[in-house]
Design a protein around this ligand. Structure first.
Ligand SMILES: *Cc1c(COP(=O)(O)O)cnc(C)c1O
Length: 360
């Protein structure tokens, strides 16, 4: 037995550690100049759209909902196949998540189902992008424009993916990213929200820091109870260093994904996710569908291979009413994520592939 092979393992190079240490020694460690530099770099990455960083993608989504003025009596349409932070933040605003099903092949939110559920209380659509199969942004925004709805894209899993040649975040309405250690790039904890203009960016600054507005005379005012979601400079410095290596690290992730695809394409009981050639993926995760998941998970555990499940459908948690969404259910029962990180060697990938090929 070769294991253990971790499911995820963040890689911070020595230069990043040194850079973070410099900030720690600098005497200014919470939000300051490094936050501004990180935001400027992220903005450049996202086609010059304004970006503000916060402490997590969950915080970014909460702020995005507040920015849209979504609250009691409002409905937000989202996909049952997603991470529970999405409906949780909708509920936290006092609004109601309306779950729709996903596409049976790509697992993306079913836009025809979204259109069918739009009603007088609907204010926004919150779709989640999956590594390897992004939401069709042309169709999504055609629908949103037509029905005058806001969009909050959950792009936590797809930093560095491109849609028709443009990075996710470079077009659209509000887009949130996660810098949790398991994602494509990390600031330890952290997240970002891409917004439309300077006014929205200013509003995010108020929402993420107590509701404080700085007045022209140098004093400050608090108009409402804001949150406390500002990212410290130490984290921003780490994030900035990670952004520098995002492309090269995503290229390595793509190599690992290609090895998995080649090694698993003819293995019985494994279904690979479709990979549309015009949608370049950053492979934060490598999800596959397995028949007999319980036995598969037990076999992988025995072989020392870390496997994730992303995600069980949200409407199966007690706080969300169970709905009949057969495609979400189908994915929820079969999906697993194979090990995918920068510390994996080619030998590790071969071991995972051959272990799966030997059956469960
Ligand atoms: C990780 C994740 C989030 C939340 O990210 P945090 O930064 O941990 O808040 C949201 N959506 C999806 C799909 C995720 O995988």
């Amino acid at each position: 037995m070769k294991g253990p092979i971790k499911f995820a393992s963040p890689l911070l190079d020595e230069a990043t550690v040194e850079a973070a240490a410099d900030v720690l020694r600098s005497g200014h460690i919470t939000s300051g100049v490094w936050v501004e530099r990180f935001e400027a770099a992220l903005s450049e990455f996202c086609g010059a759209r304004p970006v503000r960083v916060v402490t997590s993608a969950t915080a970014a989504m909460e702020i995005a909902l507040q920015l849209c003025g979504i609250g009691r009596g409002d409905e937000v349409i989202t996909c049952a196949q997603s991470f529970f932070a999405v409906p949780n933040m909708i509920v936290k605003q006092g609004a109601t998540p309306v779950f729709v099903d996903c596409d049976p092949l790509t697992r993306n939110i079913d836009l025809a189902a979204v259109a069918a559920r739009i009603g007088p209380r609907t204010r926004a659509i919150m779709p989640t992008h999956w590594p390897g199969s992004l939401v069709d942004l042309d169709a999504l925004y055609a629908l949103a424009r037509d029905r005058k709805l806001r969009v909050i894209e959950d792009a936590a899993l797809v930093m560095g993916s491109t849609f028709n040649g443009r990075p996710i975040g470079a077009i659209g309405d509000l887009v949130s990213f996660s810098f949790h250690p398991n994602k494509n790039m990390t600031s330890i904890e952290g997240g970002a929200l891409v917004v439309n203009d300077a006014d929205e960016a200013k509003r995010v600054e108020v929402l993420r820091f107590h509701g404080i507005e700085r007045l022209a005379d140098g004093t400050r005012d608090v108009g409402f109870p804001g949150g406390k979601f500002n990212l410290p400079d130490v984290n921003a410095r780490i994030g900035l260093a990670q952004l520098d290596v995002l492309d090269s690290e995503n290229a390595r992730r793509a190599e690992i994904a290609a090895s998995y695809r080649a090694g698993l394409s003819s293995v019985g009981g494994i279904t690979l996710m479709p990979q549309s050639p015009d949608r370049a993926s950053s492979f934060h995760l490598f999800p596959v569908l397995v028949d007999g998941r319980e036995a598969f998970l037990a076999r992988m555990k025995e072989a020392g291979i870390g496997i994730g499940v992303h995600y069980r459908r949200n409407d199966e948690y007690p706080m969300y009413r169970k709905s009949h969404l057969p495609n979400a259910e189908w994915f929820s029962e079969r999906v697993v994520s194979l090990p995918m990180h920068l510390c994996l060697t080619d030998d590790d990938v071969a071991y995972v592939t051959s272990t799966i090929a030997s059956g469960w």
